[in-house]
Design a binder for this molecule. Structure first.
Ligand code: HEC
Ligand code: HEC
Ligand code: HEC
Ligand code: HEC
Ligand code: HEC
Ligand code: HEC
Ligand code: HEC
Length: 344
């Protein structure tokens, strides 16, 4: 995929440093931020009070000299870490997507997002855009005591501000709709290309596999949601019990064995389908230079390999058979001598 980054300068990596991530858990919340934060659940306000008490104590102590603020016992650090974690967990659990615009905590203009949202900047596959700063995609405004955080462009257009849309005519539903975050985490993931799950059969079956129970809301990759109707409209494929064969034709392998076309890779849904777009129906790859379709392309290899194997096996059987014949009859195969009688 080519980049189109005139709108956003890739070079300006200035305002993000992961090393600026808070070492001090107390830095998570200033007293001010806590005051401006209205907790959605009763339980939370108890934690909030406790935390505020600590933060205020901690801050006033810090006022007397930075060096003293640094002298903290491990126990206190552990305590506040746990408290902050608990608070964050509670917030995460009670998080309502509908309130997305209002940030739960008032933010200063130069707030270091990563000090509280470190998880968005760490992982095996961090999106390159993270290095350009959170505000590349998040528009942060503070008016009075309220901070709102919105996306810099509508969610279904945001990714296209840097990534060109594929030109191929047949586009995968969610890709076409700009619902990139259905499959990719916009920040980071443990899976290559920020995919929301490991790229195996189950990845595609999250939407294309039948489910035993379908409620009014269907969770996709534990992070997205679609309605029952939206889910049921997606074409379903049914594999055999081994979950490794049965599509596109009966008994056909889908995963597991090496892909004959790319022996270093295993067969997968992507052996035959594009994830985003293709010139061919059903997201199948285009014909090769000789005009062979995907079936023929691969089966040229599969079948000639199978033929070669069969030939080799045939030869081995033949060799064994003549070996046995030789043992039974040492003269077998030799030019026939005239039988002088008695000898056998
Ligand atoms: C003092 C800590 C703190 C700072 C600094 C901070 N956040 Fe947050 N933010 C939170 C907490 C707590 C939540 C709620 C839990 C969650 O969603 O992780 C949250 C939630 C969010 C949400 C989700 C809102 C929702 O309702 O789903 C976004 C987006 C967000 N923050 C963006 C940012 C950005 C961008 C910055 C930097 C400009 C930033 N935050 C700085 C603590 C902070
Ligand atoms: C490439 C664009 C992009 C960048 C850069 C980005 N975000 Fe986001 N962020 C998004 C999008 C899109 C969503 C909405 C995801 C969804 O609806 O599933 C989101 C959602 C969030 C959320 C709430 C939902 C969640 O996934 O937990 C938080 C918190 C958040 N971002 C924080 C940050 C922070 C902190 C940074 C900087 C370290 C950052 N983002 C950088 C695009 C971005
Ligand atoms: C501000 C520009 C910007 C925005 C907005 C942006 N990206 Fe990216 N993205 C990049 C850059 C730069 C790269 C690295 C160059 C590349 O691989 O093309 C990248 C790479 C990627 C990769 C490939 C990672 C890899 O390992 O090959 C994925 C997947 C991706 N982005 C998804 C998204 C999604 C999903 C969105 C919308 C939520 C998005 N991007 C929005 C700039 C952006
Ligand atoms: C977030 C849900 C979602 C995921 C995950 C998903 N798909 Fe789809 N897919 C759809 C929807 C919606 C459609 C129907 C719209 C359309 O025709 O593209 C579709 C249609 C298709 C089609 C038929 C396209 C056509 O032209 O008729 C194929 C083939 C396909 N998906 C393959 C895959 C593969 C392979 C994967 C895994 C890499 C995958 N899908 C993952 C939602 C998903
Ligand atoms: C149905 C799931 C799905 C959706 C929706 C989706 N992607 Fe992907 N994307 C993938 C998969 C799977 C790969 C890895 C392909 C591979 O490894 O061959 C990928 C790879 C990428 C890459 C790496 C370079 C490349 O093209 O292989 C980028 C960049 C990317 N996607 C951006 C996007 C953007 C932007 C959108 C939304 C417009 C989007 N994706 C929507 C599944 C999806
Ligand atoms: C060996 C090649 C191959 C593999 C591997 C493969 N497919 Fe297909 N798939 C096809 C072909 C060919 C079609 C078109 C069949 C047709 O039109 O009847 C198709 C059709 C589809 C459709 C559209 C069904 C419809 O009713 O429109 C979906 C969805 C799909 N495949 C998903 C997947 C998923 C998910 C995987 C991985 C588990 C996968 N495919 C693996 C070749 C393959
Ligand atoms: C990426 C490679 C690949 C593609 C593409 C492919 N196949 Fe296969 N196919 C295989 C492999 C591997 C086997 C298993 C061969 C074996 O078991 O020795 C197989 C087996 C088969 C079998 C025998 C299944 C059985 O009963 O065991 C049929 C029939 C078949 N393929 C038809 C097709 C058709 C039709 C297409 C196009 C829609 C297709 N194949 C596309 C790799 C492929």
């Amino acid at each position: 995929m080519s980049m189109n980054c005139e709108k956003r300068q890739i070079g300006c990596l200035g305002d993000f440093t992961s090393s600026a991530v808070a070492e001090s858990p107390a830095k998570l919340f200033s007293g001010d931020q806590l005051n401006s934060y209205t907790a959605p659940v009763g339980l939370l306000s108890i934690q909030k009070q406790t935390l505020r008490g600590f933060v205020q104590n901690h801050n006033s102590r810090a006022d007397h000299g930075n060096h003293r603020a640094q002298v903290r016992t491990e126990a206190v650090v552990k305590y506040i870490s746990k408290l902050a974690l608990g608070l964050l967990l509670l917030l995460t659990v009670s998080k309502m997507p509908a309130r997305a615009a209002e940030h739960p905590i008032k933010l200063d203009k130069d707030a270091d997002c990563a000090s509280c949202h470190e998880d968005k900047t760490k992982g095996k596959a961090v999106h390159s855009a993270i290095a350009m700063g959170c505000t590349t995609c998040h528009d942060v405004k503070t008016e009075g005591e309220t901070t709102t955080v919105n996306l810099t462009s509508p969610k279904d257009q945001l990714c296209f501000s840097c990534h060109d849309k594929a030109k191929e005519e047949v586009k995968h539903g969610p890709y076409e709709k700009g619902n990139c975050v259905a499959c990719h985490d916009p920040h980071t993931s443990d899976n290559p290309k920020q995919l929301r799950a490991e790229l195996n059969t189950n990845f595609c079956l999250e939407c294309h596999g039948p489910r035993k129970e379908v409620g009014d809301k269907v969770a996709i990759f534990k992070s997205q949601e679609m309605t029952r109707d939206e889910f049921l409209e997606i074409p379903k494929i049914v594999l055999n019990f081994d979950m490794a064969s049965g599509h596109p034709v009966d008994k056909h392998p889908t995963v597991g064995m090496p892909n004959p076309m790319k022996p270093e890779e295993k067969m997968s849904c992507l052996s035959c389908h594009a994830a985003h777009a293709s010139s061919e129906a059903k997201l199948l790859p285009p014909p090769d230079k000789e005009g062979r379709d995907i079936c023929a392309q691969c089966h040229l290899i599969v079948d000639s390999a199978a033929e070669a194997k069969a030939l080799k096996e045939g030869q081995a059987i033949e060799a064994k058979r003549s070996e046995q014949l030789k043992k039974q009859n040492p003269n077998a195969g030799k030019p026939a001598k005239r039988n002088r009688g008695g000898e056998q």
